[in-house]
Every structure is written in C-alpha cells, then in structure tokens.
Write a protein that binds this ligand. Structure first.
Ligand SMILES: Cc1cc2nc3c(=O)[nH]c(=O)nc-3n(C[C@H](O)[C@H](O)[C@H](O)COP(=O)(O)O)c2cc1C
Length: 451
C-alpha cells in the first residue's frame, strides 16, 4: 500500500492526574480536581488545534486491590462525571471536540441519547460518545449484579443500545421546530417520529424529546478490540481508540478493522483509528529519559501489582516472585484485548512481574515513546504514513506539564512536516475528523444535484 499523505488527528486524553500511574506524585503535577484545572487543559489543547478532548469514565471506585487503592489516583474515583464536566467545558471553549465516556451496560438509551444530544447542542456540534461496556466487577456490584456481566452479553446489549440511540437522534428531523409566531405553528408533527423499538434489552417508543443535535448524531467512539468489539465498531463506530504496542500490531489492527467496513456499506474514511500514545518529551534524549525515570521511581510495588490485577487478571499477584515470570492467567470476562496485550508483552520481552508492571506503569499497555521531539515525530509519522493510525490519543504522563511539553515541542515538528493542522477548518467535531453529517433516516432523501 502506498504511503499516505494528509494530516493526522490528535485527541487529548485527559486523565485528571496524568496517565503515568505515579504522575500524581510528581512535583509538577496539578491535583486536576477543579473545573479551573480542566478549563486550563481544554484551552491548552484547543489553542494547539487538537481535534478533541477525551474523558474516560467508570462507574465504580476500585477499593479491593490488595491495598493498592490507597496509593494511587487511578482508583476509580473521578473529580466529575464526564458529560457534566464537558457541558461546563463547552462554555469555556469554542472549537475543540468534547468526547465523554458512558457505559451501555449500566444506563438506558433514552437517557443517554438525551444527554449527548444536549452536549452537542450546548457545544454547537462538538460532542462525541465513547461507548464502553464496563466489564469490571465493581461496576456490576453497583447496578445489582453479583458477578461481572459476561463479555458476550455486554456486547449484545451494546449492539442494541447504539441502534436505539441513533434511531432516537434521528427521530426528530432537523427542521421539525418551526416556532412560527405568525401562524402559531410551533413544531411540524410530521417531522417527529416514534421509533417503536422492541428488542431483547429495550422497548422504546420515542421520539426523543430533545431537538436533533447539530451534528445530526454525536460522533460515536468505541474502544474495544476483541472480536465482538471490532464487529461493533465496524458496524457503528466513527472513531476507535485502541492500545497497539508495535507498528505491526497497529497496521494489523488498522487493516483488519477497516477491512470490515464494506460489509456494512461503509468506506474506510467513515471510521478513524486513534491509538493511544504516552509521549515523554525532552529537548535531548537524556532529558526525556531522566523525566521518565523520575516517574518510574515513584511507582510503589503495591501499585504496580494493582495494575497487573486491573489489566491482567483479577488475582492477587503478591503471591508470586516479583522477579519471576508472569504466571498463566485465567481468561478474563473483563477487557479481553488488554489481557492479551499484557501476556504478549511479557512473553515477547521476557519480562518479570516487576519489569512488566513498570512497563505498563506509564501507559497501561498503550504505546509509550520517550525521546526528543524529532524522535517522537518520526514514530508518529511512521505509524500514520504506514496506515497504522489516522491520528493519536495523546496520554500525557503528567498534567499539565506532559501535555505542555507535547504541544510546545512535538506539535511544531509535526506542523513543520505538514502532518498537523495550523488552524481549524470547521467548527464541529465531525469537521475536525473529516466525518460526514448523517442524514436522519426519517427525513425525505436530500435532493441530488441532478433533480
Ligand atoms: C483508549 C481507551 C480508553 C478507554 N476508556 C475506557 C473508559 O473510560 N471506561 C471503560 O470502562 N473502559 C474504557 N476502555 C476499555 C474499553 O472500553 C474496552 O472495555 C477494552 O478495550 C476491552 O475491550 P474488549 O473486551 O473488546 O477487548 C478504554 C480502552 C481504550 C483503548
């Protein structure tokens, strides 16, 4: 396949204390717990012309991890629920996309469709929804389950959930509301549609009772890389976040997923693949190394073992020799692709348990780059031009410092190479990602040029 040209997309994945598991302990890190902290980060990313801000979410505090919870900030607590926070940030920004995570396993499509339609209207068309299925035990406990919901069941519900949500966003046509004072016509009843959905998980009549979002539908994002995850993404997602360690893995995932679109009548440009990357940037290689080592030294073994429990398998790793190899892991009903990635990483690099948790302490299995601006831009360019990514979800190790470093040192280098925008061309998240605006399925087909 020929080398690609054009510009790549950049997302700012804002995990409030930074992505390195010990980032919160770094002297430069802010607490990341106030609206002002997030406004600062949002404006930093918008000034750098990023496509979107991305907020992760979970619906359970993670307290039972062999005591790790007391020593790390990524313990399932969040300063704010993401849709609420992004609604506030919509008022503090004008162009940057706003992507919030929400679970299909523990919410209802009518409510979520209303919330994302509202965020899209509040932001004049900048909303995105990262659809997750929440496979962890803690979440299940908070919604009346005694065990994790099975992987297959979570995805079956997600398939139906997204269909109901998109039907609801379409159920009010763009021009339904006339608000014609003279004639007294407020809304055109013919442009409001019941969806009458009756499925295995949901029965929803509709229409949605929020006018149609400016983007038609918020951008749907997905982050599962298992077989059911890829099938759901190929049919319904417009952007996919993923963790891919090597160029070969990234190109393999990219080719596989893009290759599944045609059977759904979609083209490769209808879906953007944005792997996560944790960049540690220094003006020299040694400076970058020092920055990274300073963070690694802050990792406590109990926290490292907690990470293996979260992404490897729900077992107590403290029973094993830290300098011994990764033991056989029981298959998880949680994040299947992340478990596979960890096992592969440990085997491929012959890592001990200690080396493995230090290896994922920064990026939890995502791609990690430590180097100069040129070295980092080289790697990003290689992955982009070789069809391994359409852009990247930037996971700053510490905030705000790690994001500032990337923006001040790497973004100018990407621009010098013609790989990243210097100005926003459009106003909506779809404009930034180069995605079409979906027509409501109920609306009369748009007149073509010939008619
Ligand atoms: C970049 C990225 C961000 C994610 N963010 C969240 C999140 O905020 N909340 C969540 O519950 N899961 C999140 N996930 C996990 C995925 O939704 C999914 O459960 C995981 O990738 C495993 O999917 P699989 O079982 O299909 O392989 C994220 C995954 C990736 C790659």
């Amino acid at each position: 396949m020929s080398k690609r040209t054009g510009t790549l997309s950049l997302g700012a994945f804002l995990l409030f204390t930074g992505h390195h598991v010990a980032g919160w302990r770094h002297a430069s890190a802010s607490d990341g717990t106030t609206l002002a902290d997030f406004v600062q980060l949002a404006r930093l990313a918008e000034a750098a012309k990023f496509d979107a801000l991305f907020l992760a979410d979970g619906v359970a505090a993670r307290l039972d991890e062999a005591g790790a919870a007391g020593h790390k900030a990524h313990n399932g607590f969040y300063p704010f629920e993401p849709i609420t926070l992004l609604s506030a940030l919509a008022g503090a920004t004008t162009r940057i996309g706003l992507v919030a995570t929400a679970s299909t396993s523990f919410s209802d499509p009518f409510n979520l469709a209303r919330q994302f339609a509202s965020l899209d209207r509040l932001s004049d068309g900048r909303a995105g929804w990262n659809l997750v299925t929440s496979g962890d035990l803690g979440s299940a406990y908070n919604f009346g389950h005694a065990a994790p919901v099975a992987h297959a069941d979570r995805y079956a519900r997600a398939e139906e959930f997204i269909d109901v949500a998109t039907a609801l966003w379409d159920s009010v046509e763009d021009d339904a509301f006339r608000r014609d004072r003279a004639s007294g016509d407020y809304v055109d009843r013919a442009k409001l549609h019941r969806i009458d959905h009756a499925g295995r998980h949901f029965a929803v009549r509709g229409p949605l009772n929020i006018p149609r979002p400016p983007q038609g539908r918020p951008v749907v994002v997905q982050a599962g890389s298992s077989e059911p995850g890829k099938e759901l993404a190929a049919r319904t997602a417009e952007a996919v976040f993923t963790a891919q360690q090597t160029l070969a893995d990234a190109v393999g995932f990219y080719t596989d997923l893009k290759g599944r679109l045609a059977k759904h009548g979609r083209t490769p440009d209808d879906l953007k693949i944005l792997p996560g990357v944790l960049p540690v940037v220094g003006r020299s290689e040694s400076e970058a190394r020092e920055k990274f080592e300073a963070l690694q030294e802050l990792v406590q073994p109990v926290v490292g073992l907690g990470l293996l429990r979260e992404y490897g398998a729900d077992i107590d790793f403290s029973q094993f020799d830290l300098d011994g190899p990764l033991p056989e892991l029981p298959e998880t009903e949680g994040g299947k692709s992340r478990q596979a990635l960890l096992i592969d990483l440990a085997r491929r690099e012959n890592l001990s348990l200690r080396a493995l948790y230090l290896r994922i302490a920064g990026a939890r299995g995502h791609w990690q780059l430590v180097g100069t601006p040129t070295q980092i831009a080289d790697q990003l360019e290689e992955r982009f031009t070789n069809h391994g990514a359409d852009g990247f979800n930037i996971m700053a190790p510490t905030l705000p410092g790690g994001l500032v470093d990337f923006i001040e040192l790497v973004v100018p280098e990407l621009r010098r190479r013609g790989l990243f925008r210097t100005e926003y061309q459009g106003t909506t998240l779809r404009d930034h990602l180069g995605l079409k605006r979906p027509q409501s399925r109920y609306a009369a087909p748009l007149a073509t040029a010939a008619e």
